[in-house]
Design a binder for this molecule. Structure first.
Ligand code: ZN
Ligand code: ZN
Length: 311
């Protein structure tokens, strides 16, 4: 059986707010939705490629009342969604910062676990060039699973595995019922397109850097945000590595990622109320990172996030 891979994006994106709010099931039946329309940031995964059991792959949920906006889908994401007591039958929309595997290995997990847990409408997915193709390949790779679950005794909801994926350009990529999401083009080494995202709700603004080296564009877009979530590495600990190609490690880091001092410079310009550090590449201590951020010029609040932290 060859299942229809993707919905026509235009049709999928006219579903409206009522369809957005259909996801309501949590693991173990925890209460949902929240009692009010507050905006809460949930750090689902704060890790990077190394499979640190304490830090799931990068994924951040911005929860606005009953709506869940998921930024990146690192490995382990659905276990963290369940632990955070968020709906396991699918977020309102997924936004990818870029297509590096550490940010997307959990995408099949989001697509299929949410389906098996009851999703019946297409998963909305937004990202840079190549996102729709990736989703198409993922659905194709699991075609035997889709066949068995749909046509066998499990009676999974027909079509619930589908993905309404859109490759987008920088700019506003979601604007509905008081929530606006803007994609910001950022430099990440040799990637042609990588995004940070800014989320503006009626009560708060949140910026998620994704992977980025020092970026003036990001500093500008993050100006005055309530929360700036930024990747980082300890600039004083980056040295050539003892492996083939390891001499290039410091050059790689400089081209693809942002040091603690550079993050401090971004935050000094943006002046967020809170700076949250995640996706910390290489060894670190929280105090040394905070010290580096201060040397970059930022004097506001800074915290190193752990999985399941809420801000
Ligand atoms: Zn990356
Ligand atoms: Zn990464």
């Amino acid at each position: 059986m060859s299942p229809p891979l993707l919905l026509c994006a235009a049709a999928a994106f006219t579903l409206g707010l009522s369809a957005e709010l259909s996801a309501q099931r949590t693991y173990g039946g925890a209460p949902w939705p929240p009692p009010n329309d507050s905006t809460v940031v949930v750090m689902l995964g704060t890790g990077m490629p190394a499979p640190n059991p304490e830090r799931s792959g990068p994924a951040v949920a911005v929860v606005v009342g009953p709506r869940v906006f998921l930024f990146d889908a690192g490995p382990g994401v659905m276990r963290r969604v369940a632990a955070a007591k968020l709906p396991i039958d699918g977020p309102t929309s997924v936004f990818l910062t870029h297509l590096h595997s550490d940010h997307t290995l959990g995408l099949p997990d989001v697509i299929f676990t949410s389906w098996v847990m009851g999703r019946s409408t297409p998963l909305r997915l937004v990202g840079p060039a190549g996102t729709a193709k990736m989703a198409e390949h993922i659905v194709s790779a699991w075609e035997q699973d889709i066949d068995i679950r749909t046509n066998g005794l499990e009676h999974a909801r027909p079509g619930g595995y589908r993905v309404a994926a859109r490759d987008v350009q920088p700019g506003v990529v979601y604007d509905s019922a008081g929530v606006k999401v803007t994609a910001i083009l950022v430099p990440h080494g040799s990637w042609k397109q990588a995004f940070a995202y800014r989320v503006d709700t009626r009560t708060r603004s949140v910026v998620i850097s994704g992977d980025v080296r020092y970026s003036e564009a990001l500093a500008k877009a993050a100006r005055g945000a309530d929360v700036l979530i930024h990747e980082v590495y300890d600039g004083r600990r980056v040295v050539p590595e003892r492996r083939a190609g390891g001499d290039a490690w410091p050059s790689y880091m400089k081209s693809f990622h942002a040091s603690d001092v550079e993050v401090g410079r971004v935050a000094a310009r943006a002046q967020p109320k809170l700076l949250v550090l995640y996706h910390i590449v290489g060894p670190f201590t929280p105090n040394e990172l905070a010290d580096g951020v201060r040397r970059g010029g930022y004097r506001g609040r800074v915290v190193v996030a752990n999985d399941l932290d809420r801000f």
